[in-house]
Write a protein that binds this ligand. Structure first.
Ligand code: AMP
Ligand code: MG
Length: 567
């Protein structure tokens, strides 16, 4: 038949990748927003890893992987996208931003490019969002290559990414999804022998990332700073329609502001809330982003741009995971304040298209950031310690009507303020005792409050025994008091705690071992370790006896591992 003789139609009938380029279509009238680019192909690419979970978000399964290996390689290792016989050139977008607290001017996708978007099969949970989160996910998913060569925004860079940092991004982003923390996802990782020059000669790799959108604070800053106000208005409308539709019907009591101001204020407030919520979640698993510049902040509250990130091993609020961050600007304990600082930078950018009358109301967005952060922080840390946070209803399903009461009623004297105070004291104890952050909470989850000798295993891991003992006595009283008032039994307490205290996190030394094996440092390159880690990190809250060794503290050799911006 005629249609079969046309290769384009055969391709269209069989390819599972139904591309569109929504971003380029949306901004067709604003050429300043992006440039068409061509990927630098990887020579003799090898597929090193593939995430089934991420693939399912775009409707791909293992059969597709077998059947379309060649098609996938041209898309994801070489940036060649064709659909219905048409070649779709990838897109690099322009953005700007504040880096390490200083205005950095124009930036942009210097080594990333958007291939286009594909129909979504993902639910909120596939991005790490709770289903109750107030984010609206579009029915398309954006697909981006990272490390695919120079673009007009590469400045002095080569547009490439090395294998080591690509493995870290691949595992880091999928690990965050397993933890239930919003993040971009990694679909696949291709490597090649192509040389890339950093401190030494390394090899090139490309990660394919997925997200409902890759839009960043820096995009808003770009349009605002360079006075592209029409483009900014268009951009904010698109963002609101796609991800924050409720903002479009926002009403402000008696403010007398016009609809345009109102929706922008509501949009800013929603973005700020999402950001606060995200950063509190980071804190709860000891995640340090490492480079919280405004160009690395997602407008829908995803963790984005995995560079020198790390998870805390030993608890230390001053921990700085980025070796190049000499001032410690992005230390673990500074992340909340930096999030607020970044939201202020975003507010200033919004200011460019908001009236003078509306501008003071931007402060409400900053308050929303603080509120969202504090709510989530308290909810997460209270639950981590097996306590009932203020302002949250018990999750326990019970016929007993008492469990339907608010926790304030249930807690009696242990209402919000005192729980908050106790959590602060608990963090101070951790700072003095410096146990392994992840293991401490996992062990605490399994420690019975009724058998004091059980605390001895925890006690063995702390540096300041007096501090721990005083804390333990106070803790046991509060926790036991709550349990009897809420009629929790130990198994309920334990299940609640285990669901927020992961056993497996992507410790630096685990990533490092996978990298060394993939590079072939000690023999033939071997990518199995990436696969195994991916598997373990998918279910970080479950016991997985076959991966027990991944739950251990870092070995001595790994204590001095450092990660810099070089990637
Ligand atoms: P980052 O903080 O790593 O997300 O990068 C900051 C900016 O530098 C972004 O605009 C990146 O696209 C760009 N960039 C980072 N590394 C490279 C590279 N090797 N080649 C070109 N641009 C890069
Ligand atoms: Mg970046």
């Amino acid at each position: 038949m005629k249609i079969e003789s046309n290769p384009a139609h055969v391709e269209a009938a069989t390819t599972p990748l139904h591309w569109k380029q929504g971003f380029a279509e949306d901004f067709a009238d604003f050429p300043v927003a992006y440039r068409r680019v061509k990927a630098t192909v990887l020579q003799e690419p090898r597929r090193l890893c593939w995430s089934d979970g991420a693939a399912a978000c775009i409707g791909l399964n293992s059969k597709h992987l077998e059947r379309h290996a060649h098609d996938f390689e041209s898309c994801f290792a070489q940036g060649q996208v064709e659909y219905l016989g048409q070649t779709l050139a990838p897109v690099a977008s322009a953005y700007a931003g504040h880096q390490f607290g200083v205005w950095a001017g124009q930036l942009g996708d210097g080594r990333a490019m958007l291939l286009g978007d594909l129909p979504s099969q993902a639910s909120a949970g596939d991005w790490g969002f709770d289903t109750i989160d107030s984010i609206h996910l579009s029915d398309r998913i954006e697909v981006q290559l990272k490390g695919s060569g120079q673009t007009p925004y590469s400045r002095m860079g080569d547009g490439r990414a090395v294998l080591r940092s690509s493995i870290r991004e691949f595992l880091g982003s999928e690990a965050m999804i397993g933890l239930g923390i919003p993040s971009t996802r990694a679909l696949c990782l291709y490597g090649s022998d192509d040389p890339v020059f950093r401190e030494t000669t390394e090899t090139a790799a490309i990660v394919t990332r997925l997200a409902p959108t890759f839009l960043r604070f820096g995009h808003v800053e770009f349009f605002a700073h360079f006075h592209h106000h029409d483009a900014l208005n268009h951009f904010l409308q698109k963002l609101a329609k796609r991800h924050y539709p409720k903002a479009l019907s926002a009403r402000h009591d008696a403010s007398g502001l016009n609809d345009d101001d109102l929706y922008k204020l509501a949009l800013f407030k929603s973005i700020a809330s999402r950001t606060g919520d995200l950063i509190a979640r980071w804190q709860s698993v000891g995640f340090c982003h490492g480079v919280m510049n405004t160009d690395n902040m997602s407008l829908i509250g995803l963790t984005i741009d995995y560079g020198p990130f790390g998870f805390l091993d030993q608890y230390d609020e001053d921990h700085v995971c980025n070796h190049s961050d000499h001032q410690g600007r992005y230390s673990y304990s500074n992340q909340a304040a930096v999030g607020a600082w970044n939201c202020k930078a975003l507010a200033l950018a919004f200011r460019a298209v908001i009236s003078d009358e509306a501008a003071p109301f931007l402060a409400e967005g900053l308050q929303a950031y603080r509120r969202a952060y504090e709510m989530r922080w308290q909810e997460r840390f209270a639950t981590k310690f097996g306590l009932m946070p203020a302002g949250f209803k018990t999750q326990q399903k019970s016929d007993n009507p008492q469990t339907a009461q608010s926790d304030e009623q249930n807690l009696g004297n242990d209402g919000g303020a005192s729980i908050h105070q106790f959590l602060e004291q608990s963090m101070q104890m951790l700072q003095r005792c410096k146990p392994d952050f992840t293991l401490f909470f996992r062990r605490l989850s399994k420690t019975s409050l009724n058998r004091p000798q059980e605390a001895s295993e925890l006690r063995d891991t702390v540096l300041d025994l007096a501090s721990f003992d005083a804390w333990w006595d106070a803790y046991r009283d509060i926790a036991q008091g709550q349990m009897s008032r809420l009629r929790w039994d130990s198994s309920h307490r334990q299940a609640m705690m285990l669901a927020v205290n992961p056993k497996y996190i992507l410790r630096n030394h685990l990533a490092e071992l996978a990298i060394r094996r993939a590079r072939g440092d000690h023999g033939q390159p071997d990518y199995d370790e990436i696969e195994r880690l991916l598997h373990a990190l998918r279910k970080p809250y479950d016991e997985q006896p076959e991966f027990e060794s991944y739950a251990a503290e870092p070995p001595q050799w790994a204590k001095g591992l450092s990660v810099s911006c070089s990637s």
